[in-house]
Design a protein around this ligand. Structure first.
Ligand code: DC
Length: 235
């Protein structure tokens, strides 16, 4: 979804030989650095990038704004089926509205984690995600890219990092953006979200059996990107 509109759910596949298009799946817990790594790997290879978490965040935002129950499967699935977000130059646009900042709010992240446990919503977002698989390739980040959405990905990476380090990274990001936050609250939120993402019945966060597990606790973003590229080029 790098600088490109996302095709609406239900549209024809971009390429009938989509299965031939290489996918690098990067999964992992909240704030493990997947998003940044995925973008940089995609840029290095000239691939598109799918930030699947943004889709759950958009649904979470809409549900909060419309007072929709965060576990109302049919209504959430209906919201998702009409979703036509555009991802352009780092901005996220929905029906002409710039929601780039709004979907990054902590309350929206929590709502995203709640709606993400709802099976009908996950099913409704499947086609939208798979349609992003277009030549020359796709880097997809999320929780179930390697297990459910792209089980035939040519490279699956499970990126993890110590929860305290993830909380510190998230705190730094928020402060840089001018938000107030504190480490203890962030740590608690991350633990709750990890727990919910890992224990839900539907597509829980788990490393695919054939995933390469990479712990970024003591690594820089550059080192993680280099490792993923080395794995990909060595295929
Ligand atoms: O990666 P993120 O923090 O932006 O994702 C927000 C939430 O969406 C996260 O708590 C879990 C959910 N999610 C998911 O269940 N499956 C995905 N493929 C991506 C995100």
């Amino acid at each position: 979804m790098n600088a490109a509109p996302v095709s609406p759910a239900g549209a024809a596949p971009a390429d009938s030989s989509a299965a031939q298009v290489p996918v690098i799946a990067i999964d992992g817990p909240t704030a493990s650095g997947k998003g940044t790594v995925a973008q940089r790997v995609a840029a290095a290879l000239g691939f598109a990038c799918l930030d699947s978490g943004a889709l759950y965040r958009i649904v979470g935002l809409l549900a909060l704004e419309r007072d929709t129950d965060l576990d109302d499967g049919p209504r959430l699935a209906a919201l998702a089926a009409r979703l036509q977000p555009r991802f352009e130059d780092g901005q996220v646009l929905l029906d002409g509205r710039d929601i780039t900042e709004a979907i990054r709010r902590e309350d929206v992240g929590r709502a995203a984690s709640r709606v993400a446990a709802v099976g009908p919503l996950r099913a409704a977002l499947l086609a939208l995600q798979r349609q992003q698989r277009r030549p020359p390739g796709l880097v997809a980040d999320g929780r179930d890219m390697g297990t459910v959405v792209f089980p035939d990905a040519c490279l699956k990476v499970y990126l993890q990092a110590d929860v305290r380090v993830r909380a510190e990274r998230r705190l730094k990001q928020l402060i840089e953006k001018g938000y107030s936050a504190n480490l203890a609250d962030l740590l608690q939120t991350l633990r709750e979200r990890d727990q919910r993402d890992q224990t839900r019945d539907c597509a829980p966060l788990i490393a695919a059996e054939d995933a390469k597990v990479l712990d970024s606790t003591t690594l820089t973003v550059e080192e993680v990107v280099a490792q993923v590229l080395q794995w990909y080029r060595g295929l």
